[in-house]
Design a protein around this ligand. Structure first.
Ligand SMILES: [Zn+2]
Length: 209
């Protein structure tokens, strides 16, 4: 029996570099240096990050392999699933307060959609966000906050604090409806708050008020 891993695929250093660039971009934005902010956002959109995410959820990636090996997990009929699929705003805030702005599995910094939408209005060309994966900024895509079910909702998991955690998009979409144990991943310790400087760029919205 193999040892359990903490995530599907170890994150690459470029993600942390992109987080630093975006952090600097927000600093520039907040002092009104919009040109510099735009430059930094553009720089954070790295080819290596897209390659990493695609190797997890893309065609021929880890998720495809899992499905081939294990078959599609059986899901509950809709009427037997918890009525609420996603948490409300209060539930989201409670999860972020508990887990912080880092993926509970792989540990990469994460950013809420609300922050992305806010920045996109200022920098639509640097922070591109089209319909397909390849038309989306690679760092904002990988670092997109997910309110992820531990036992998948489609398999009877509840939408509550006990059954949910904060993850990044690749950890969420790379696992989909598999249980962590099924794919050889260990359950993260939810009491261990990762304390670091990363604030999910939240100061951007706090400042606005
Ligand atoms: Zn992750």
């Amino acid at each position: 029996m193999n040892e359990l891993k903490k995530c599907l695929k170890e994150p690459i250093p470029e993600i942390f570099e992109a987080a630093k660039l975006l952090d600097d971009a927000v600093n520039s934005h907040l002092i009104g240096d919009f040109m510099q902010a735009e430059k930094l956002i553009l720089k954070a959109d790295m080819f290596e990050i897209r390659a990493w995410t695609e190797s997890i959820w893309g065609a021929g990636g880890i998720y495809t392999d899992l499905k081939k090996k294990l078959g599609e997990p059986e899901t509950f009929p809709k009427e037997l699933r918890a009525p609420l699929r996603m948490p409300n705003k209060t539930g989201e805030a409670a999860l972020l307060k508990r887990d912080g702005f880092n993926c509970s599995f792989c540990g990469i910094p994460v950013i809420r959609k609300e922050i992305r939408v806010y920045l996109h209005k200022y920098y639509p060309n640097a922070l591109k966000w089209g319909k397909t994966n390849s038309e989306q900024h690679s760092a904002f895509q990988a670092m997109w906050v997910q309110y992820d079910h531990i036992i998948p909702h489609a398999r009877g998991g509840e939408t509550n604090l006990e059954n949910m955690l904060i993850t990044c998009a690749p950890c969420n979409y790379g696992r989909m409806n598999f249980l962590v144990a099924e794919i050889g991943i260990s359950m993260p310790n939810l009491n261990k708050i990762i304390s670091n400087e990363w604030d999910g760029l939240e100061r951007l919205l706090n400042k606005k008020k």
